[in-house]
Design a binder for this molecule. Structure first.
Ligand code: ZDR
Length: 280
């Protein structure tokens, strides 16, 4: 299997061009094997670029634990750069079919004609509790107490196609991230589990975020998570609609525009190409 290793702010992926008909017999098992950082290539997710009838291509992603999320913001920037640089598309605005609907990345070119970044129309956030999905009565979930046994945290629920639980805190260094991340991810109120973002607001235009990803654990960055944080910040009245989201791997520029779409701008990098010897 031919693959390309790429990352967006250190959130790293194994990208497989499956436009020509390659199909993994067991993609979840393949994701677990190839994402393993000792026995495999090492990545947070395995991404297939597939033919689509609705868009230019279809993106299918598997987390390192083999689960299949609806969407991935950092991976979609990598996919857009991959397609553009290999001339698999001949335009800068690309439509990508995902389980979260049609997502539209736009290639940004520098003065040297090289890809300098990707701006993605991530579509509209979903805020109804059942859409996140979260257990409980109808309505939005904004700064609502979530009982974690020995402590209660105020949570805001946002779906960017995939579920996010955003937790605003005064100081990220005080967070017992490794313990609380999985506790919130698997909390019974989130029937599909959830990605978890711990956020401290530096000022209304800038936030610091640590991400615990569903199915992958701690990652350097999270594209859908940065979008969810911005939407949650507006709902909780602690950020502007345009925010610099600072993650361990770098900064994403997010805007929740007046048309209700969320726009994410950030980099995508190619690291190397390779051949996996066999499917495990
Ligand atoms: C958070 C993510 N890496 C991104 O950049 O949007 C998406 C990966 C999928 C996530 N782990 C999930 O929803 O299960």
């Amino acid at each position: 299997m031919q693959f390309t290793k790429m990352h967006g702010l250190g959130n790293d992926f194994i990208i497989v061009n499956a436009l020509d008909g390659f199909r993994a017999a067991d993609p979840a098992a393949l994701a677990r094997a190839t994402c393993d950082r000792r026995m495999g290539v090492g990545a947070d997710g395995l991404v297939f670029i597939l033919p689509s009838t609705e868009g230019d291509v279809r993106m299918q992603i598997f987390n390192s634990d083999g689960s299949e999320p609806e969407m991935c913001g950092n991976a979609i920037r990598c996919v857009a750069k991959y397609l553009f640089e290999r001339r698999l598309v001949d335009k800068t605005t690309i439509t990508v079919e995902t389980l979260a609907g049609l997502i539209v990345p736009e290639i940004l070119l520098g003065v040297d004609g090289q890809v300098s970044g990707v701006r993605v129309d991530m579509g509209e956030p979903r805020l109804e509790r059942a859409e996140i999905p979260m257990a409980g009565p109808a309505g939005k979930v904004v700064l609502e107490p979530l009982d974690l046994g020995d402590l209660v945290l105020p949570v805001t629920g946002v779906s960017m196609g995939n579920p996010h639980c955003v937790i605003f805190l005064p100081d990220l260094d005080q967070v017992d991230f490794e313990r609380l991340g999985p506790l919130v991810e698997k909390h019974p109120d989130f029937p599909a589990r959830t990605n978890v973002e711990f956020v401290s607001v530096a000022d209304p235009g800038q936030v610091n975020v640590k991400v615990w990803e569903r199915g992958a654990g701690p990652t350097m960055a999270c594209g859908t998570g940065a979008c969810a944080v911005t939407v949650a910040g507006v709902l909780a009245r602690c950020t502007d609609r345009r925010v610099k989201v600072c993650l361990p791997g770098g900064v994403l520029d997010i805007e929740w525009a007046e048309n209700n779409h969320v726009y994410m701008t950030g980099p995508a990098e190619e690291v190397f190409e390779g051949t996996m010897r066999r499917e495990k």
